[in-house]
Ligand binder design. Structure first.
Ligand code: FMN
Length: 261
């Protein structure tokens, strides 16, 4: 296993941080590596906001579904899908008028553009995660940044064609880790298909969920797997945060589409 594989295989989310600050050189190294991430059409459809102000971190710790560790993270990066920069450059260059003169239909960013910009921003984020990890700096994604559109929009002064797709907390791991071991994944055969999609047979679910079912050692494997799935459904899928996430993302899409200010 080369060093890159070793970094990838040993990474795990870090939510408890040592007091050691992240130095300016380390921040530079993370950001410079991030800027080399692949990007659709080399358009760099993302913006990164370094969240340095403690009062903003404190607010995020509440607005992102009450996760206090966000406030204690030595370094926090907000990744935005960003078409605003290009919309402004299009206007500045007179591109929409040129397009009309050529008999083409001008347009504004829509859902497809938003998704492509999200791809760019997420690829940049994961590049930052791996770069940091290679220097012994742990990280944790915060998906709940998708919630509370109005609040996050105001907090970070976000214009129409941006979308906060993810937040990442960085810091050196505290001496004792939250999880003593790496968290297990599904077996590869459930995730990697060949040539076509194959829906998983229901009788395969106990095998797929073997690791999750281990939290119910007194139950039969099938029953334990069902109980694990029921837990995900109630704790994650139908929970208030998931409902709020969908409401907030719909609001962002309405803002991009001009259906809402
Ligand atoms: C899109 C995304 C959103 C996530 N959001 C959160 C979050 O809000 N809070 C948190 O503690 N962990 C969050 N995580 C981290 C996952 O819980 C973690 O990656 C998963 O449990 C597997 O653990 P590991 O990264 O240690 O292997 C998120 C991860 C991803 C990829």
């Amino acid at each position: 296993m080369n060093e890159t594989f070793s970094v990838i295989h040993n990474r795990r989310s870090t939510r408890k941080y040592a007091d050691t600050p992240i130095t300016a050189e380390e921040k530079d190294a993370i950001l410079n590596a991030t800027m080399r991430a692949p990007t659709a059409g080399n358009m760099m459809l993302y913006t990164i906001i370094e969240v340095e102000d403690q009062s903003l971190k404190d607010r995020l710790a509440v607005s992102c579904d009450n996760q206090p560790f966000i406030a204690s993270a030595p370094y926090v990066l907000l990744f935005l899908a960003d078409y605003q920069r290009w919309v402004d450059a299009f206007d500045w260059s007179g591109a929409p008028q040129t397009c009309v003169e050529q008999g083409l239909l001008p347009r504004l960013p829509q859902e497809g553009d938003m998704m492509l910009a999200c791809c760019d921003a997420l690829i940049a984020a994961q590049t930052a995660v791996i770069a940091a990890e290679s220097m012994g700096i742990g990280s944790c994604y915060i998906g709940d940044i998708l919630e509370n559109c109005d609040e996050h929009r105001t907090m970070f002064n976000l214009p129409r064609y941006t979308f906060p797709i993810t937040l990442v907390c960085f810091g050196r791991p505290y001496a004792t880790r939250e999880h003593p071991r790496l968290i297990k994944r599904f077996d590869r055969r459930f995730v990697v298909h060949r040539d076509r999609y194959t829906q998983i047979e229901t009788n395969e679910f106990p095998a797929m969920l073997e690791h999750a079912a281990q939290q119910f050692p007194n139950l039969q494997p099938g029953e334990a797997a069902m109980k694990a799935v029921q837990g995900i459904y109630t704790r994650k899928f139908v929970s208030d945060f998931s409902v709020e996430m969908t409401r907030s993302v719909k609001q962002w899409m309405a803002i991009w589409n001009g259906d809402q200010e």
